[in-house]
Design a protein around this ligand. Structure first.
Ligand code: SAH
Length: 336
């Protein structure tokens, strides 16, 4: 049987009715699954004892926490074990006002970007929408406070698993209660997929991993870019802006003496001329399999200043959780 997590209030109500229960039990089940984050159906104390005994055979779809690594900045990285025994990583990132979860969308990642630890491991499979929702509920439970934001920046390429990702977004929004504008989908960009996402009419934030301001350099860093020229990627992003009326964020990892020269800032600004966008600079987080370097503070500042002087909206994202290997690009399917 399909796990219950991911089902809407209507579907849950239908399910309880099939179980010979009155329809109001659907609302109770919905509340216990998504608000209380119950892990076992027989823990739902408002249900009759007799029915609860019967319910043990039905799966909710929760993972178990194999391991939690806290970083000194309060970030926690979890290794979660799925029902089939595979593992994924999820990160909880707290600030005073926010609790952000960085969710995985796949077990491993087939994109093999040169600077990213996830791509160095094996790709296993897409996650189901309930496995994405579970990650958010797990972090919510462990921190004991509501999750306010979700970023699809963990393991995997979300747009390779677009149907389950869109389904998870809907559940997170309608059932868990997180605003769509507080959800961000990050993608390396795949032909036709950004357009497809735009047509699903969500109000989520789209972040595109650009990382290079020209085709030649980009395809060196991101193998899949070979079959997706930069001008085609930008064209689809423009369509996204037109259809959703939301600006696009471009993520740009800063790799010392690879893509952080002033001419790169210049090229980037030229591409984004007249484009409703925001540039997010991410100083590279070291991984053992690649020998890139994080640029000096001076170089990061110079690059940022060049973009600002070209009147580009730009921010620098210092990843949290670095000490626990929980930062962008450092996630893997096993404990390290
Ligand atoms: N596959 C998606 C989402 C996962 S990665 C994507 O490519 O967007 C989330 C972000 O972290 C991406 O922008 C990715 O390029 C970046 N990232 C990967 N490795 C990194 C590293 N070593 N240091 C800093 N950022 C990294």
């Amino acid at each position: 049987m399909e796990p219950l997590l991911g089902k809407s209030l209507t579907q849950l109500t239908q399910w309880v009715i099939e179980q010979g229960q009155p329809s109001y039990r659907g609302k109770q089940l919905h509340q216990w699954l998504y608000q209380k984050g119950v892990r076992f159906l027989d823990d739902i104390s408002v249900f009759s004892k007799k029915w609860r005994q019967n319910l043990t055979q039905y799966p909710i779809g929760r993972s178990t926490i194999d391991y939690c690594t806290p970083a000194t900045d309060g970030t926690r990285k979890y290794l979660l074990r799925l029902r089939d025994g595979l593992t994924i990583e999820t990160v909880g990132i707290p600030t005073k006002k926010r609790l952000t979860v960085c969710v995985s969308s796949q077990v491993g990642c087939p994109m093999t970007c040169d600077f990213c630890a996830t791509g160095k491991g094996k790709f296993a499979r897409n996650l189901k929408s309930y496995e994405i929702v579970d990650q958010v509920l797990t972090v919510q439970e462990d921190f004991g406070r509501r999750v306010s934001h979700v970023v699809f920046m963990g393991m995997g390429e979300p747009l390779l698993n677009i149907d389950e990702v869109v389904a998870a977004v809907k559940t997170l929004n309608e059932d868990v209660g997180i605003g769509q504008r507080s959800l961000t989908i990050s993608t390396v960009g795949l032909p036709g997929k950004i357009r497809q996402l735009a047509k699903s009419r969500l109000q989520v934030t789209l972040a595109v991993s650009l990382h290079a301001p020209n085709q030649q350099l980009r395809q060196k860093l991101i193998p899949s870019a070979k079959s997706y020229p930069l001008h085609a990627l930008f064209k689809e992003c423009q369509e996204y802006v037109r259809i959703t009326r939301r600006r696009v964020t471009f993520e740009y990892i800063l790799l010392a003496e690879v893509n952080d020269f002033p001419e790169h800032a210049q090229q980037l600004a030229t591409h984004l001329h007249g484009f409703q966008s925001h540039i997010n600079l991410i100083p590279y987080n070291p991984i053992s399999e690649a020998d890139y370097q994080r640029p000096s503070q001076q170089r990061i500042q110079t690059f940022t200043q060049s973009l600002l002087s070209l009147r580009k909206a730009v921010s620098v994202r210092y990843s949290r959780g670095l000490g626990a290997d929980a930062a962008c690009g450092q996630l893997r399917a096993s404990r390290t």
